[in-house]
Design a protein around this ligand. Structure first.
Ligand code: OFO
Length: 158
């Protein structure tokens, strides 16, 4: 049986994942407005993935006999100074999520909650991949600099 503390922490994290989905959808909207359809599409997919992450928590909480308690979703930022700023904030956000997942794993281990620990391992791996993907795009943006042609190419690639 999962502890109340663990259940509360999982419910809080469900909210973090849904907020991530909302944040990335806001970033998608920012790029739609700039007619950068490739970047917009990339963030729309990230948004869908984050919603699915939230749903994994929803499913696991139910499966283990806990109750899902949904909380308010904070309003995301709607404007950024530059494309680079959007990706730097995405990277910072993913690192924040990684830290939260690590904390949940630590709590599950401390409580000898092996089922929750096992469930969280998928997210541990996923975070490594997500951070690496964002870092790769940031590297490309650094190479491109102010080159409009490079930006056009990257938009197409995404
Ligand atoms: Fe990109 O964060 Fe979900 O897990």
């Amino acid at each position: 049986m999962m502890s109340k503390k663990m259940l509360d922490a999982l419910n809080n994290h469900l909210n973090e994942e849904v907020y991530s989905s909302y944040l990335y959808l806001s970033m998608a909207a920012y790029f739609e407005d700039k007619n950068l359809k490739g970047f917009a599409g990339w963030f729309r997919i990230q948004s869908q993935e984050e919603y699915m992450h939230g749903m994994k928590f929803y499913g696991f909480i139910n499966q283990t006999g806990g109750k899902v308690n949904l909380k308010a979703i904070a309003a995301p930022k709607t404007n950024w100074k530059s494309i680079m700023e959007v990706f730097e904030e995405t990277l910072a956000h993913e690192k924040h999520i990684t830290a939260l997942i690590d904390k949940l794993v630590g709590q599950a281990m401390q409580e000898k909650d092996y089922a929750t620990n096992n469930f969280l391992q998928w997210f541990v791996n996923e975070q490594v991949e997500e951070v690496a993907n964002v870092e790769e795009i940031i590297n490309k943006l650094e190479m491109i600099g102010d080159n409009k042609g490079g930006l056009y190419m990257l938009d197409r690639e995404l």
